[in-house]
Write a protein that binds this ligand. Structure first.
Ligand SMILES: Cc1cc2nc3c(=O)[nH]c(=O)nc-3n(C[C@H](O)[C@H](O)[C@H](O)COP(=O)(O)OP(=O)(O)OC[C@H]3O[C@@H](n4cnc5c(N)ncnc54)[C@H](O)[C@@H]3O)c2cc1C
Length: 413
C-alpha cells in the first residue's frame, strides 16, 4: 500500500516535500510518534465501508472543510471504514464525501503535527481466516483531520491509481505463494516414502508436481512482466498495465486458492495440520482474491478498460499476436478472443470470467514462449490449450509434456 501511494503523493508538492524521503526509505521505523519525528513511514488505504466495498460510490464518510475547500486543504472527516488494514500505518489515504464536490481522497495521519493523536478510533481488529501477520481493523472517524489529495470530486480515480499497484502486488504475492508451496512440496516428496519409493518417484505424483510447476512459472512470468511494465509509460506498457493488471489479479489469485489446496494434499494428513506451513499458505491464499477488488469486479474492470480504450486492446492483441502467430493453438485462441471481445457490452459482462481467464492464459503462454525454455512453454501450451487438460491438477499427457525436464527445472537444488 505504501508503494501504491507514492505516485499520488508525488503529485502533491507540499506534502511530498514533507514526507517523500520518509516514504522512499527502505528502513522500518516502528516508533509510534508523529511523522515529523520518524525516519520512514508507511501508508495504508481506507475505502471499504459497511454498506459496500466494490461500489466505492456508496461511501458515506463525510469531509467538511476546516476553512478553504479543494486540493491541498484541510478537512475534518466523520464516518467509518469497515476494513482498515495495517492500522499502525503513519497515515491512510481515505475516500470521503464533500458537500461541494462529492467523493475525494484524503491523506489522514495517525498523529497530528501538534503531537496529539488524530481522531481515528479503532473499534476492533478482525478475526480473519488467515492473513494474521497483517492486522485489519474497523475504525471510526470523529472529526479526523486530513488533507485533500488529488482533484476534488475525483476520489475514485485517485484511489484506484493506488489500487492498481496493490492489485499488481496481489498477483506477485499469489505467484510467490504458489512457488513457496511448490518448493515445500518438492522438498517433502523427495524425502517421504510410500509403497517402497520416494513420493517424487511415483508417476502420478510426478504428473501433479509437473502441472503445479508449469502453473507456478506461468504466474511468475506474468506478474513480473507486468511489474516491468509499471516502469514505463509507452503505449504497449500502458496497455499491459491497464488491461492485464486486473486480469492477472483475477486469474493468478484464484488459481492460488485452488492450487494451495492441492499442494496441501501432497503432504497428506500432515498438510492439514494447522501449525504447519501448508495450512498457513492455504489460509492466506483467498485474501488476494477478495481485497483490492474481488473476482467479478476485476473481470468487469478488464471489460471497462477495453470498452473505454479499444486502442489499448488493439495494442495488446498486436503484441500477443507477434508471438502467438508462431503456434497454431495460440493463434486460433487469439483470433477467437479478439472476435469475442467485440460483442455487445451485455454479452461481454455475462462471459466476463470466461473471457478474462482465456485472455490471461494466452498472455501467460505468450510470455513463456518468449522467456522460458521450450519444454516449459510447450508443456504449458499442450496442457492448457488442450481439451484433455482436466478440471483437476495432474491430468497431463506424458507424451505431450516433458515431465522430466519440467520437474528438473522446478527442483533447483
Ligand atoms: C483481509 C482484508 C483486508 C482488507 N483491507 C482493506 C483495507 O485496508 N482498506 C480497504 O479499503 N478495504 C480493505 N478490504 C476490503 C476489500 O477491499 C473489500 O472486502 C472488497 O473490495 C470487496 O468489497 P465488499 O467486501 O464490500 O464486497 P461487496 O462489494 O459486497 O461484493 C460482494 C461480492 O459481489 C461481487 N460483485 C460486486 N459488484 C458486482 C457486480 N457489479 N457484478 C457482479 N458481481 C459483483 C464481488 O465480486 C463480491 O464477490 C480488506 C478485505 C480483506 C478481506
Amino acid at each position: 500500500m505504501t508503494l501504491g501511494s507514492i505516485p499520488l503523493i508525488q503529485r502533491e508538492p507540499e506534502l511530498w516535500a514533507k514526507i517523500g524521503e520518509k516514504l522512499l526509505s527502505t528502513e522500518y521505523d516502528e516508533r509510534d510518534v508523529p511523522i515529523a519525528q520518524k525516519k520512514s513511514i508507511w501508508l495504508g488505504m481506507g475505502m471499504t465501508e459497511k454498506q459496500g466495498g466494490s461500489d466505492v460510490r456508496a461511501n458515506e464518510t463525510i469531509a467538511v472543510p476546516v476553512a478553504e475547500t479543494g486540493r491541498g486543504k484541510a478537512y475534518l472527516l466523520t464516518g467509518h471504514k469497515w476494513f482498515f488494514s495495517a492500522p499502525m500505518c503513519d497515515a491512510h489515504l481515505v475516500v470521503a464525501k464533500t458537500e461541494q464536490d462529492g467523493l475525494a481522497c484524503f491523506f489522514v495521519p495517525r498523529w497530528l503535527e501538534d503531537g496529539t493523536k488524530n481522531q481515528i478510533q479503532v473499534q476492533r481488529l478482525k478475526e480473519k481466516v488467515g492473513n494474521r501477520s497483517n492486522s485489519s481493523s474497523e475504525v471510526e472517524f470523529k472529526n479526523a483531520w486530513g488533507i485533500m489529495i488529488g482533484e476534488a470530486g475525483r476520489g475514485i480515480p485517485t484511489i484506484i491509481e493506488m489500487a492498481n499497484y496493490t492489485r499488481l502486488t496481489c498477483s506477485v504475492g499469489s505467484s510467490a505463494m504458489l512457488r513457496q508451496a511448490l518448493v515445500q512440496c518438492i522438498a517433502y516428496t523427495r524425502q517421504r516414502q510410500a509403497f517402497g519409493k520416494h513420493l517424487i518417484d511415483q508417476p502420478l505424483m510426478r504428473a501433479v508436481l509437473a502441472d503445479l510447476a508449469l502453473e507456478s512459472e506461468a504466474a511468475t512470468q506474468l506478474s513480473f512482466h507486468l511489474a516491468q511494465c509499471y516502469e514505463s509509460d509507452d503505449a504497449l506498457s500502458v496497455a499491459w498495465k491497464r488491461i492485464m493488471t486486473p486480469a492477472a489479479k483475477f486469474w493468478i489469485c484464484k488459481r492460488a486458492v485452488e492450487l494451495t489446496g492441492e499442494m496441501m494434499e501432497v503432504f497428506g494428513g500432515n498438510g492439514y495440520v494447522d501449525n504447519g506451513i501448508m495450512a498457513r499458505i492455504f489460509k492466506e491464499a483467498p485474501v488476494n482474491t477478495i481485497w483490492e477488488g474481488s473476482g467479478n469486479v476485476m473481470c468487469l474492470d478488464v471489460l471497462r478498460a477495453i470498452g473505454r480504450d479499444p486502442e489499448s486492446m488493439e495494442v495488446l492483441f498486436k503484441d500477443l499476436a507477434s508471438t502467438a502467430s508462431t503456434d497454431k493453438a495460440l493463434q486460433t485462441e487469439l483470433q477467437d478472443l479478439f472476435r469475442l471481445f467485440h460483442q455487445s457490452p451485455e454479452d461481454l459482462q455475462f462471459m466476463g470470467r470466461s473471457l478474462v481467464s482465456r485472455l490471461t492464459l494466452l498472455a501467460q503462454a505468450v510470455l513463456l514462449k518468449r522467456y522460458a525454455p521450450d519444454y516449459v512453454a510447450n508443456g504449458f501450451i499442450q496442457s492448457r490449450f488442450s481439451a484433455k487438460h482436466g478440471q483437476v491438477v495432474g491430468m497431463l499427457d506424458a507424451k505431450m509434456v516433458d515431465i522430466e525436464r519440467v520437474l528438473e527445472r522446478a527442483f533447483a537444488s
